[in-house]
Write a protein that binds this ligand. Structure first.
Ligand code: NAD
Ligand code: MG
Length: 385
């Protein structure tokens, strides 16, 4: 690549990861926001376009665009309407890296389109790997693209792995904050409110992933994500609760050495790392003052109070269509909980039940996964009130 800035596409620029990505770009002249996409909050997206002057903006939700005339998109940005335009934008020859930061299954198509064109993908949308890890990794191998993890745990593993050889890795340990209910009894879990579940102790994130963190389904999805991303067996992945969210994950090598990555809980660091890889640039996020006292605690997770973790390990082990079914059931269950149509304590049992009932496929095609995704979304509604 020449000396020009790297051209970055942000899928989901109005989201939590999208905004953090723009903050990283704001701090440097070596990255250019080449294209942005958003589903709603278009007035906010228009302001982003005014500030960053991307070549393209894609509004993925056509209905949200009814009031377009009054939105202040700048004249230098071409505005495209409809999710079918995402493919054209991410596959543009000038694009260097695509930040996949749409929430949920909707993020899969952008990830796939970018990898089909052999692009680098900075992957925040873990659902892409949870749903279709075998297809996504096959595309990486066939088309020569790369995935650079943005999820903080996977970024940490990616960085820590550099300390040894692939075959010298014994196990990876994903750290988990434990979320807002780390110390709640099982009885109290039944009466959890939406506001309590959204109040994450260490991270500020979008609503869906915040609920996933409260059930620890987020860690379950991350186990599956790690299996595909790093080519591991389920039993090579462990989870350790670390309430401070400072050690973002650990790699244990065969000789017993454990290498960890530490930084304050701020997504701008893993995003910045992915966008600049293999280089490192001056921090945009806060850094530590190592002269201040600090405590780091670790404890094993409670699999009884957080049954999502067991599901994560099972799905990572059996693979096939189970990731897509778990993901779809969970998305709908989380949204039902947010709408107060499902109790917090029912989210994971509902997912387990849908998973157990589904027609398992060992090596599903994308079409089969989409069909199972549709079926699982319908099926989990039985658990709503
Ligand atoms: P968010 O809800 O804050 O933002 C989601 C973005 O996706 C928005 O820009 C929205 O317009 C867009 N979007 C929503 N539905 C869409 C659809 N149907 N089609 C196209 N675009 C759509 O979410 P977030 O917290 O930024 O999370 C984004 C992804 O990153 C998720 O997969 C999440 O698991 C992952 N992630 C987030 C964090 C975090 O700190 N927020 C950390 C690690 C991983
Ligand atoms: Mg994470």
């Amino acid at each position: 690549m020449s000396n020009r800035p790297k051209n970055v596409v942000i899928l989901g620029s109005t989201g939590s990861i999208g905004q953090s990505t723009l903050d990283v770009i704001r701090g440097t002249d070596s990255l250019f926001a080449y294209a942005l996409t958003a589903h709603s909050r278009l007035a906010e997206a228009a302001l982003q376009c005014q500030e960053f002057s991307p070549h393209w903006f894609v509004g993925t939700c056509e209905e949200a665009f009814s009031a377009r005339e009054s939105l202040p998109f700048p004249s230098e940005t071409e505005v495209l309407i409809g999710s079918q335009n995402v493919r054209q934008v991410v596959q543009d020859d000038a694009v260097d890296i695509v930040v996949s930061a749409i929430v949920g299954a909707a993020g899969l198509y952008g990830t796939i389109a970018a990898l089909e064109a052999g692009k680098q993908v900075a992957l925040a949308n873990k659902e892409s790997l949870v749903m279709a890890g075998h297809l996504v990794m096959r595309l990486v191998n066939e088309k020569g693209g790369t995935i650079l993890p943005v999820d903080s745990e996977h970024s940490a593993i990616f960085q820590a792995k550099l300390a040894g050889k692939e075959k010298e890795i014994k196990k990876i340990w994903l750290t988990a904050s434990g979320g807002p209910f780390l110390r709640r009894t099982r009885e109290h879990m039944a009466s959890v409110t939406v506001a309590e579940a959204l109040a994450h102790p260490t991270w500020e994130m979008g609503r869906k992933i915040s609920i996933d963190s409260a059930t620890m389904m987020n860690k379950a999805l991350e186990i599956i994500e790690a299996k595909w991303l790093f080519g591991l067996q389920a039993d090579q992945i462990g989870v350790v609760v670390h309430p401070q969210s400072i050690v973002h994950s650990l790699v244990e090598f065969v000789d017993g050495s454990v290498i960890a990555q530490l930084s304050p809980p701020d997504m701008r660091l893993p995003i910045q790392f992915a966008l600049n890889y293999p280089d490192r640039k001056t921090a945009v996020a806060e850094t530590f003052d190592w002269q201040q006292a600090m405590h780091l605690d670790f404890e094993p997770p409670d699999l009884d109070r957080f049954p999502a973790l067991g599901l994560g390990f099972e799905v990572a082990k059996v693979g096939g269509s189970s990731g897509a079914v778990l993901n779809a059931a969970n998305e709908v269950a989380v949204s039902a909980f947010l709408d107060e149509a499902m109790s917090f304590a029912d989210i994971v049992p509902a997912c387990r039940s849908v998973l157990e009932q589904h027609n398992f496929e060992t090596d599903p095609t994308l079409e089969q996964l989409i069909e199972l995704d549709r079926w699982a979304r319908q099926e989990v509604l039985r658990w709503t009130r």
